[in-house]
Design a protein around this ligand. Structure first.
Ligand code: SF4
Ligand code: SF4
Length: 569
């Protein structure tokens, strides 16, 4: 095996974040003079453009063959250093990143211990990099068209964003017209730029219909999908003008799911049916447009948190409608909820506004509020227990409070759009407990699914407000544009490799690959079925390598010898 001779070690102090705990002088002294180490130096903020220029120059001037960067998490800056060493003429696999910030300086406060541990980490990295070999890359042609499933607010907005970036898009809508939830008038959480969702959707439909880069198929559904990111082959089913069902094969590079969500009134959870005095949040949206119908209403009570265990004020809908009642019609509003969570873009500001305007928030705990329906035309009474009053106030009988109101507004359950389960099964996309498409990482990768090249926007991941949906649409558009901007994409051959002579076709890998990158293929020559890894879909996670009972799968760069060298002296 190729032995690396010239290794350079670059230590980053990260503005003292690392160097205040790890003694870099000691580290330099420890490695200085070792035969294999040609360069060892300390720098500050190595990821900054100016430092990267110096870094590349040093690599070229000293003709290094391998580089160790001891800095922060490879997840954060790995791609920056990989790009830099490739620009300096070294293969990216000849770089080893040692995480001295998160794995050492931030978790070990004792300086001597942290320094000794940092030396250990660098030593194991030297042992490993000596065994590393360059990993080659390949290119493949991609189809630059994107398929968006769902012609509602988020689908339309993403289609427009993509066309603004010059990307061809096919928009698929199963209903007869575009628009999705256009019948629900909502306001943005940002009051300074109030706009109605309905107006926005109408404007977007016009833009979509007149855009030459966008092709719209209504009354159409996806019925099958094969292939990999950049080269998916889909079949869609739709209706021709003569109402006959037609099938069409389309080639696409990426898919965006914008299937939204739906409201559902859970009668069994409330124990009552909706009526003229008991309505849902969506019905209140329609009622707010009819001044006459609200004439006789003086008090409105909202109950939140009965249908959902997480008890959140779901999105901004409830607060916006409560504010509209008080601002436009001077109606007294009570909101009964378990807890007010304002963990969404703009929700905190909206909650403050509601308090300032005089909306009364009341808290109930384990015991659900009781709804006492009076005779037609009489006030409804909502009875609940305020636990704080039970404990501290002798004037209220066991903390019992009764709110008489003219209109009771109940929260609906938010559930995935119909057919979302079938679609997720067909696309092999993971769903959460509630059946919504699952985000790969709730904070860092919300728009990604478990499959590369398939993204989600808006409420198909659970209810989102307008601003969060707009953020999603922008993120997805940039991501898709980045994937498909060139006719050809380059990928590294650091993906799982199957040795079919060892493979016993047990299919464990096919079942366990979280990214659906493994498939069965027909091997033309010996005319038998074999296991194949799709390099464009593989994320090099290594799960199949550890699962294969026949040790038939390997991951370049993570051979047994390399991993063992890292963990043993
Ligand atoms: S390395 Fe991970 S993503 Fe790639 S084929 Fe194996 S399990 Fe799937
Ligand atoms: S887990 Fe290993 S033996 Fe089983 S099918 Fe996959 S490669 Fe073959």
């Amino acid at each position: 095996m190729h032995k690396t001779k010239k290794i350079g070690i670059f230590l980053c102090s990260c503005g003292d974040t690392i160097s205040q705990t790890v003694n870099y002088k000691k580290i330099i002294k420890h490695f200085n003079g070792l035969n294999e180490i040609s360069v060892i130096e300390k720098n500050d903020f190595m990821c900054k453009p100016k430092s990267l220029i110096k870094f590349k120059k040093k690599i070229k001037d000293t003709r290094l063959e391998s580089v160790i960067v001891a800095a922060c998490s490879p997840q954060l800056k790995g791609s920056v250093f990989r790009k830099a060493i490739e620009e300096a003429g070294i293969n990216y696999n000849m770089l080893s990143l040692v995480n001295l910030r998160e794995q050492c300086a931030m978790v070990h406060r004792e300086k001597n211990y942290a320094t000794a541990y940092a030396i250990d980490l660098i030593e194991s990295s030297i042992r490993r990099i000596k065994l590393n070999q360059p990993i080659l890359s390949k290119t493949t042609k991609v189809n630059q068209t994107t398929l968006i499933i769902g012609g509602g607010f988020s689908g339309l907005q993403t289609a427009i964003n993509l066309s603004n970036l010059g990307c061809k898009t096919i928009l698929l809508e199963r209903e007869t017209s575009l628009g999705g939830s256009r019948n629900q008038s909502l306001r943005s959480t940002d009051n300074k730029m109030e706009f109605s969702l309905m107006d926005l959707i109408d404007k977007n439909i016009k833009k979509v219909n007149s855009n030459p880069l966008l092709q719209v198929f209504t009354q159409s559904e996806l019925i099958s999908l094969e292939g990999e990111p950049g080269n998916f082959k889909a079949v869609i089913k739709g209706k021709a003008k003569n109402k006959k069902t037609i099938r069409k094969n389309i080639n696409i590079g990426a898919i965006v799911l914008a299937t939204g969500c739906q409201n559902f009134f859970p009668v069994e959870k409330y124990g009552i049916e909706p009526s003229s005095q008991v309505i849902t949040l969506s019905e209140l949206g329609k009622l707010l447009n009819c001044k006459e119908d609200l004439k006789s209403i003086n008090t409105v009570c909202f109950i939140n948190g009965i249908v959902n265990d997480d008890q959140r004020l779901k999105g901004d809908k409830l607060l916006l409608r409560a504010l509209e009642l008080i601002n436009k019609y001077q109606i007294q509003v009570y909101i009964l909820c378990k807890n007010v969570y304002v963990a969404e873009n703009g929700l905190e500001e909206l909650y403050q506004q509601a308090r300032e305007k005089g909306i009364v928030f009341l808290k109930y705990e384990d015991k659900k509020p009781e709804i006492l329906l009076g005779k037609e035309g009489k006030k409804i009474k909502v009875l609940f227990i305020d636990e704080l009053l039970v404990k501290d106030n002798v004037h209220y009988k066991e903390g019992e409070i009764i709110i008489p109101c003219d209109l009771l507004v109940l929260e609906e359950e938010i559930i995935p759009a119909s057919g979302a389960d079938k679609l997720s099964e067909m696309l092999q996309i993971n769903c959460d407990d509630e059946g919504f498409y699952q985000q790969r990482n709730i904070s860092l990768q919300p728009i990604f699914t478990n499959r590369k090249g398939i993204y989600t926007v808006g409420s198909c991941r659970g209810l989102k407000n307008i601003n969060s949906t707009l953020d999603d649409c922008a993120m997805v558009s940039l991501e898709v544009h980045d994937l498909l901007k060139e006719k050809v994409i380059k990928y590294n051959l650091d993906r799982a490799v199957v040795d079919n002579d060892k493979c016993t076709l047990c299919l464990t890998c096919l079942r366990t690959c979280p990214h659906k990158a493994i498939q069965l293929e027909n091997d033309a020559e010996p005319n038998q079925i074999k296991i194949a890894v799709n390099p464009l879909a593989c994320e090099s996670c290594g799960i199949c390598v550890s699962c294969c009972p026949a040790s038939a799968i390997s991951l370049p760069g993570f051979e047994n010898e390399q991993v063992t060298s890292e963990i043993t002296d």
